[in-house]
Design a protein around this ligand. Structure first.
Ligand SMILES: NC(=O)c1ccc[n+]([C@@H]2O[C@H](COP(=O)([O-])OP(=O)(O)OC[C@H]3O[C@@H](n4cnc5c(N)ncnc54)[C@H](O)[C@@H]3O)[C@@H](O)[C@H]2O)c1
Length: 264
């Protein structure tokens, strides 16, 4: 059964057209929330909107780049115009960037900054755009996406492209979460981070396709650190988001929650 919501509100889900995002959108709709997706990939966004039937009247979205200050503000304005004040921000958009490199000297400043902006600065921009509304209502939920990679990963590169800036940005998100949670607690706003392990969304989503295209021995090596011998699913992450957004989680804040099948 979906987590209970006393008063269904509106959630913005950035990256809602991706693997984890799609499962999360489905979960939040099941919980009775209205969902506004913000995603840079127009084609995937359109697919998700039509697949879930925006006709239900509780789902909409727009194309926007979460690294762009103006586009983030405009997207939040559109969400508010469509569904009213924002109850929850689920900031899923992120990634390790197009540059595949392991050694520090192989990163240009611009490549480093891109991964910082995509994962970290975007969280600042998105949260800054919704917090005034939440503060006024004295209620709100913010969930950001860190990763198990925040703790560093030994050995050669696997599927993660820019591992060093990615680990750095995902670790910095934990500090962001701790501080913002303390700053906003008196206003009834919770702020939490998820730390997923390897998560495969449904067929056709990016990480799933990447994983499926690996040689069997590469797949086995990737799963080696997982005691259960399997990756997680988008639904398993979405369930954790659902709990953090539910009424039951009002006193859970400033947490970095691993969803990684005991990988650590
Ligand atoms: N899948 C995993 O194994 C895993 C593990 C740990 C952490 N994470 C984190 O979880 C989040 C989601 O991962 P996923 O597996 O769903 O990835 P994904 O690539 O399937 O989805 C990411 C979504 O974000 C969107 N996006 C990318 N850049 C954007 C931008 N600049 N502006 C707006 N939207 C943008 C993409 O279009 C895509 O729809 C990411 O933050 C990722 O770092 C994923």
């Amino acid at each position: 059964m979906a987590d209970r919501m006393v008063e269904a509100g509106t959630a913005i889900v950035t990256g809602g057209a991706g693997g984890i995002g799609k499962a999360t959108v489905r979960r939040l709709l099941d919980m009775g929330l209205s969902v506004f997706i913000v995603d840079a990939d127009e084609k995937s966004l359109d697919t998700v909107l039509s697949e879930f039937g925006s006709a239900s009247g509780r789902l909409d979205g727009c194309r926007a780049d979460v690294m762009d200050e103006r586009q983030v503000t405009q997207a939040v304005d559109r969400a508010v115009a469509r569904f009213g004040d924002i109850y929850a921000l689920v900031h899923i958009a992120g990634g390790a960037g197009p540059k595949r490199a392991r050694d520090i000297e192989d990163f240009q400043l611009q490549e480093w900054a891109h991964v910082m902006d995509l994962n970290l600065t975007s969280a600042f921009l998105a949260a800054r755009a919704v917090v005034p509304m939440m503060r006024k209502r004295r209620a709100g939920r913010i969930v950001v996406f860190s990763s198990i990679i925040a703790g560093g990963e030994k050995g050669p590169l696997t599927t993660v492209t820019g591992r060093l800036p990615y680990a750095t940005a995902k670790a910095a998100l934990l500090g962001f979460t701790s501080q913002l949670a303390k700053d906003l607690a008196e206003f009834g706003i919770t702020v939490n981070a998820l730390m997923p392990g390897l998560i495969l969304g449904e067929q056709g989503t990016r990480i799933r396709d990447k994983f499926d295209n690996l040689a069997p021995e590469q797949r086995a090596a990737l799963l080696n650190g997982y005691p259960g011998g399997r990756p997680g699913t988008g639904e398993e992450v979405a369930a954790a988001v659902g709990f953090l957004l539910s009424d039951s989680a009002g006193f859970v804040s400033g947490v970095a929650l691993p969803v990684d099948g005991a990988y650590r």
